[in-house]
Write a protein that binds this ligand. Structure first.
Ligand SMILES: NC(=O)c1ccc[n+]([C@@H]2O[C@H](COP(=O)([O-])OP(=O)(O)OC[C@H]3O[C@@H](n4cnc5c(N)ncnc54)[C@H](OP(=O)(O)O)[C@@H]3O)[C@@H](O)[C@H]2O)c1
Length: 342
């Protein structure tokens, strides 16, 4: 089968199309013919991991060390990237009960990756679910990472209808899912913060208001929020707390050790709280999200699609600062022959 293989870390050109052995499913595994896989934050991070210093890494030093050990310090140990996918089941192992040959599925592999390929084998109890009927493979592939992370994060908070939520980083992988879930599932009033080119995109996801971070610092305004979800967690708490209601919470998706100390400190004080959240991934969450998609409460916006052979181009575009939505790599029978056809 064809796959995009990396043998060294570096810029998009390290992504090479190669012929590799087609995987064979074990008794508890499904073999998926991958139709689509997006360029995610994790894919670009791992592709360039050699250059990712502890300072550039948005999580504590220990997490950086684990990432380096798991993915390889000098050269990649995981040679096929791709943590999300949508495709069709081509074969199942003899013990598989949840799925049948021919089922359309979508899923999340996290750090196991492997979706930049024509075929992928995974255990039936991994994070995989039937594809939403009202989505294309390209759209479905772009859902799992952001949606699962966002759902897990928001479930840590007692979010109520009418609560005011600000999402700082509303236009990347996780932020759009936070905006949509906070708005249409939890009934909150949502403000999204992003860069200039993506203001309309974030509005289109249902945000009630948008703020351009290159023109306005939300912590300098008079608005206050019950919840601030911070995707990159770069601001100091001393500034953010001015924008929180008296019982407001600052939910950090990315955090350094100092923020963990602040979380401990503020958890004892009873007022405005810092929450450093870690997400877990479960298949039932993906099934829940499929339900929201089919009920018209959650969507995925695709900016561009690239065929598997142009994965390097897809990474270049994803890193260009121009994208407004997901960039998706297509394989198998999707029919995408050139960039943009999706
Ligand atoms: N806690 C967990 O369990 C967990 C799980 C997964 C990932 N993570 C962390 O989540 C982060 C990746 O999230 P992601 O995939 O959503 O990232 P992403 O796709 O790179 O998106 C980053 C977002 O931040 C925005 N942004 C960039 N500079 C900004 C600034 N100065 N002010 C405000 N917003 C700014 C971007 O806006 P524009 O694009 O519009 O400029 C974009 O919306 C990583 O740090 C990762 O370690 C944590």
């Amino acid at each position: 089968m064809k796959a995009i293989v990396i043998t060294k870390y570096g810029p998009p050109d390290v992504l090479r199309l190669e012929e590799v052995e087609k995987p064979v499913p074990r008794d508890n595994e499904i073999l998926v013919r991958v139709h689509a896989t997006p360029v995610s934050f994790g894919d670009t991070l791992v592709r360039n991991l050699k250059d990712v210093t502890p300072k550039k890494f948005h999580m504590p030093l220990l997490f950086w060390l684990f990432a380096k050990m798991y993915f390889g310090f000098r050269k990649p140990r995981i040679t096929i990237l791709g943590s999300e996918f949508a495709g069709e089941i081509e074969a199942v192992g003899k013990d598989v009960r949840r799925f049948r040959k021919g089922d359309a599925v979508f899923g999340y592999r996290g750090a196991r990756m492997g979706a930049y390929a024509e075929y992928l084998c995974l255990a039936e109890n991994e994070v995989v679910a039937p594809k939403p009927a009202n989505m294309t493979y390209e759209q479905a592939a772009a859902v799992p990472y952001g949606a699962i992370m966002a759902l897990n994060m928001l479930r840590k908070i007692d979010l109520r209808p009418g609560h005011r939520v600000l999402v700082n980083g509303a236009s990347g992988g996780i932020g759009p899912a936070v905006v949509q879930l906070a708005k249409s599932h939890f009934g909150a009033n949502v403000t999204g913060v992003c860069g200039t080119p993506r203001l309309d995109y974030v509005r289109s996801l249902g945000a009630d208001a948008v703020i351009d971070y290159s023109k306005e610092d939300f912590t300098a305004g008079n608005e206050t929020y019950d919840l601030i979800v911070d995707i990159l967690g770069k601001s100091p708490f001393s500034r953010v707390k001015r924008s929180l209601t008296p019982k407001g919470r600052w939910l950090l998706v990315s955090f350094k050790t100092k923020k963990l100390v602040q979380m401990l400190w503020t958890s004892l004080s009873g007022g405005k709280k810092v929450i450093c959240a870690l997400s877990s991934e479960k298949a039932e969450d993906l099934v829940f999200i499929k339900g929201l998609i089919e009920a018209g409460k959650f969507t995925a916006v695709i900016d561009k699609c690239y065929p598997l052979a142009q994965a390097a181009e897809a990474h270049r575009y994803a890193g260009s600062g121009h994208k407004k939505g997901s960039v998706v790599i297509t394989a198998g029978n999707s029919g995408v022959a050139n960039a943009n056809q999706c």
